[in-house]
Design a binder for this molecule. Structure first.
Ligand code: ATP
Ligand code: MG
Length: 353
């Protein structure tokens, strides 16, 4: 039934459908690169799983094919300012030779020397601990940034006031959840390319698009999960029960992937909440203070409770955590008690006296 699992992967290079307005807006910001000039900067924002990364990649790949646009994608999660710069240099085709431990000035010079136009996509921009790297890129001639984040306001608040105008107004592009019909169109080619013998009906695809509320990733992963369940249960086609259970299986898989993608500090904070939750805001704040040193052990910087709340928001966007205010939740808790972060962290052993 499943001929190609890769088709259901986030990185599968699918043709992007139903994002014309967003892609046109991004194209306009990138248009100076056609004439050898630096692009305008952009902020792409919206909920998890609605095609922010896939759309940016698709457009930039097309421009690379068309006229050799130089661009790179950097997953910012947990990287330092120099770590991000280093990656930007090494991913440039004329990036020269740099080393991971080179001083900041050296890496900056290498970016300058590599030359523009160069578009750097800072993905999961809300997880980069140090946004000073924006100033590094924007100060280099011909280099521009496309930042991708879940919340525009939270992200802009972390950017210095001098750079903020570069990422708002026409430079901010919002991605919303899909309408049912649009999402069905997005699902069709995945079924064609990934499953054999059309084991799923049009009505079932509509059900999936509807139930997942327009979140493409969840819908795509549900098709795969339903097909897996049908196979395990020896069904020739995907049955209603397989889909009904497929939603949950897909969600669990996505939560696991999301948790794995986060920096270790987030994962420790998650483990703290998993051990003590559900708790009120004030209890969470106190627990955070007590365990802060352990959460940031081995890291250069600790963050205050305000920024820790952003970490918790990010984990709420990833459906890992319930946070008072954002959903109907009144307390902090993890969504799935059984889901463990891949870190060694036992809050019972790390509390400050
Ligand atoms: N318009 C679209 N056409 C085709 N495929 C799409 C479209 N939108 C999303 N997808 C697919 O949905 C999946 C999730 O998309 P993507 O990874 O871009 O989400 P995201 O918005 O970057 O989420 P996150 O914030 O969690 O990183 C990918 O498999 C992607 O190819
Ligand atoms: Mg993404």
């Amino acid at each position: 039934m499943i001929t190609n699992r890769w088709v259901f992967d986030d990185e599968y290079p699918a043709t992007i459908l139903h994002r014309n307005t967003e892609l046109d807006a991004l194209s306009r910001l990138l248009s100076p690169t056609q004439h050898g000039l630096g692009a305008e900067n952009a902020l792409i924002h919206g909920p998890s799983g609605v095609g922010k990364t896939a759309s940016a990649r698709w457009l930039l790949d097309n421009l690379r094919d068309e006229y050799g646009l130089e661009w790179s994608h950097i997953e910012c999660s947990g990287k330092t300012r120099n770590g991000v710069l280093y990656e930007a240099v090494t991913k440039h085709s004329d990036g020269g030779v740099v080393h991971r431990n080179d001083p900041h000035g050296e890496l900056l010079r290498a970016i300058e020397a590599a030359g523009g136009p160069y578009v750097v996509v800072l993905d999961e921009g809300d997880v980069v601990p140090d946004l000073d790297v924006l100033g590094d890129f924007l100060g280099a001639r011909g280099v521009s940034v496309i930042a991708i984040s879940h919340s525009d306001t939270e992200w802009l608040n972390r950017v210095g006031p001098d750079l903020r105008p570069e990422f708002r107004g026409d430079n901010a592009i919002e991605f919303r959840k899909y309408h049912l019909e649009g999402l069905v169109d997005i699902l069709e080619p995945r079924v064609e390319a990934g499953l054999v013998g059309r084991p799923i009906t049009d009505g079932q695809l509509e059900w999936i698009a509807d139930e997942t509320g327009g979140v493409a990733r969840w819908a795509i992963k549900t098709i795969l999960a339903s097909a897996e369940l049908a196979l395990e249960r020896n069904h020739d086609a995907i049955l209603e029960d397989d889909i009904a259970d497929g939603f949950g299986r897909a969600k669990r898989k996505m939560r696991e992937d999301n948790l794995r993608s986060l920096p270790v500090t987030y994962q420790r904070l998650y483990e703290l909440l998993r051990a003590i939750g559900p708790v009120s805001g004030s209890e969470m704040k106190q627990a955070y203070r007590n365990h802060k040193d352990a959460i940031f052990e081995g890291r250069r910087r600790e963050v205050g409770w305000r920024q820790a709340q952003n970490y918790l928001s990010k984990m709420a966007d990833y459906d890992l955590v319930e946070k008072p205010g954002e959903t109907n939740a009144k307390q902090y808790s993890v969504v799935d008690d059984g889901l463990e972060a891949p870190v060694e962290f036992d809050p019972r052993e790390t509390a400050e006296p």
